[in-house]
Design a protein around this ligand. Structure first.
Ligand SMILES: *[C@@H]1O[C@H](CO)[C@@H](O)[C@H](O)[C@H]1NC(C)=O
Ligand SMILES: *[C@@H]1O[C@H](CO)[C@@H](O)[C@H](O)[C@H]1NC(C)=O
Length: 207
């Protein structure tokens, strides 16, 4: 673990000297990678990460939304261990902001399996360079962690002002959830899945 921590610290320092802004488009990572990757990983768990590398543990450096949004820290530094069994696609995030329970299980449908099945084979055939991986892994500086916080804020308030730059109704019932679902699915494009596959390919080297 000491070694892994050291590895990531070195990586973050290196990212500040690399030209990540240039490396990303050259590697085929999309312009709004911060948001596409944040959407893909925000509800990750260790079980989901094990799909990418069975060595994944609770120390994995994949920032996620704190499933208890009553805590002051809305973003966790690591995807948590959640005793869910193996069927990751049924992960449910139950968020209770003001005595009301929301079922947002769908947001996790791409967490592990879809990324792995759709985009990972291509990424593995043509993997990102070490420099690109260092840039992607440095979520404190590349904007991914901030974007996970932005996703957390959406859940916390139940009122994302815009998704895809369009207003969205307050998350309150099945009808408004249908609109959320539709908007969220727009993030699961081939480009977004590829961004997520690249990121998870890189992160899996640190586990
Ligand atoms: C809530 O999540 C559970 C478990 O994933 C699912 O079976 C159920 O259909 C969901 N309910 C709604 C209203 O989406
Ligand atoms: C993602 O990055 C873009 C470009 O830097 C920025 O305009 C946008 O605000 C970022 N999104 C979030 C949620 O941080």
């Amino acid at each position: 673990m000491q070694f892994l921590l050291l590895g990531l610290c070195v990586a973050v320092t290196a990212a500040q000297t690399l030209d990540c802004g240039r490396a990303f488009p050259q590697a085929g990572i999309s312009r709004n990678y911060n948001e596409t990757i944040a959407h893909a990983i925000h509800a990750m768990t260790v079980t989901g990460l094990k799909i990418f590398n069975p060595k994944a543990t609770a120390v994995n450096y994949v920032p996620t939304v704190n499933q208890d949004l009553n805590q002051p820290e809305t973003v966790l530094a690591h995807a948590p261990e959640v005793p869910l069994g193996n069927d990751f696609s049924t992960l449910t995030m139950n968020i209770v902001p003001i005595g009301r329970q929301w079922n947002v299980s769908l947001t996790c449908s791409i967490c592990g399996t879809s990324v792995r099945e759709s985009a990972s084979p291509e990424v593995e055939k043509n993997p990102p360079s070490d420099d690109v991986c260092i840039c992607l892994a440095s979520t404190d500086v590349n904007g991914i962690k901030r974007a996970v916080g932005w996703v957390a804020d959406h859940y916390k308030t139940g009122t994302p002002i815009t998704l895809l730059n369009r207003p969205i109704p307050k998350l309150a019932d099945a009808a408004s959830w249908a609109v959320w679902k539709d908007r969220l699915l727009h993030y699961y494009t081939p480009e977004a899945l590829r961004d997520a596959a690249m990121y998870l390919h890189c992160m899996s080297k640190f586990w």
